[in-house]
Design a protein. Structure first.
Lengths: 196, 135
């Protein structure tokens, strides 16, 4: 959701932000906040935690801005901070079992690929909320690293190279983790997509 | 092999993409305001020279010495210092009042500095009961 209609380009904002200009950093937050928030939301499954972690991500980014060397795009750099923060949180709380969906009421995102509804899925005995619960439960069983890979690849649709940059590992590691994460998820959701 | 994996994975991918949807934040500007406020707060804290705690040892040292010195001076100059020079007689020879219940009897007391004592002069008493004797 980068907003290219904004008056300053990202490089300009970055240069000014690195000089300590808070209004420029404000511009950077505005550009990337939704992507970061949604990525974290997928990882932590809790809207409130996602909001807190989004703020923490940008605060960490501000503190580390002097170390940002521009070798990767700013969004990739900040995504890495967000992913690390999410993985840290998941490890810290060891994910208490969630019986209720904590993402709050679904709202249609103009940029989403699909339009969620809460009704019953045609041709299946399950409603969307139940399917979503099953998917969330399956994701819960993945390790934070595997969950991050699945989210980045399957939901955010990043390339292997981008994911590797993002997670600070090799493409081979990304592919290997993705393979194992997919296998595990597939096993758990087989009955669901067969019914679906 | 890879294609077969992809084929097997496709339905799950479809499922994820269709159902794993989250809403964007309802008040995105809240994120900006919170982040900027936190940054300003931390910058303000960093710019302030850390003050010494009010009750630090250094701060208590001089008032402590001053109080101790005042206490020593008071004890040296204001409290009586001749206890050691007095014998036990100095305390028992102090007579505050000297009077008799019997109108025929009169009692007078006077100090005798040379003897370091007080004389009770009793006129008109036939005898002094044992309980009233000066020990």
């Amino acid at each position: 959701m980068d907003d290219d209609s904004q008056p300053y380009d990202e490089d300009d904002l970055l240069v000014r932000a690195r000089q300590g200009d808070l209004s420029a950093f404000d511009g950077l937050i505005t550009r990337h906040r939704e992507k970061i928030y949604m990525q974290i939301c997928f990882m932590v499954h809790n809207a409130e935690d996602a909001l807190d972690l989004t703020q923490e991500t940008f605060i960490r980014a501000w503190k580390s801005l002097a170390r940002f060397d521009g070798k990767v795009p700013f969004l990739a750099w900040i995504r890495r901070i967000a992913t690390n923060a999410s993985i840290d949180l998941c490890r810290r709380r060891k994910r208490r079992p969630q019986t209720e969906l904590e993402l709050g009421p679904m709202r249609i995102d103009a940029a989403s690929r699909t339009t969620p509804s809460t009704g019953e899925v045609p041709g299946s005995g399950l409603d969307r909320a139940e399917i979503r619960r099953r998917i969330d439960a399956a994701l819960e069983t993945l390790s934070p690293d595997h969950r991050a890979i699945i989210i980045l690849r399957e939901i955010e649709e990043l390339s292997y190279e981008e994911i590797a940059l993002h997670l600070g590992c090799s493409q081979g590691t990304v592919m290997s983790r993705l393979f194992h994460a997919r296998k595990k998820l597939q096993t758990q959701l087989t009955d669901l997509h067969e019914e679906f | 092999m890879k294609n077969s994996d992809d084929l097997q994975w496709n339905p799950t991918r479809q499922l994820l993409r269709e159902h794993l949807v989250v809403s964007p934040p309802e008040h995105p500007d809240f994120i900006n305001s919170q982040v900027l406020a936190a940054i300003r707060r931390e910058a303000a804290l960093a710019s302030v020279v850390p003050a010494k705690p009010t009750w630090s040892l250094g701060r208590l040292l001089w008032p402590g010495f001053a109080t101790l010195a005042a206490a020593v001076l008071l004890s040296v100059f204001l409290l009586p210092r001749d206890f050691a020079g007095r014998g036990s007689g100095a305390f028992i020879s102090q007579v505050l009042t000297a009077q008799a219940m019997d109108p025929k009897t009169s009692v007078t007391s006077f100090q005798v500095p040379d003897e370091g004592g007080v004389v009770l002069w009793i006129d008109g008493a036939d005898y002094i009961p044992a309980t009233h004797r000066v020990q």
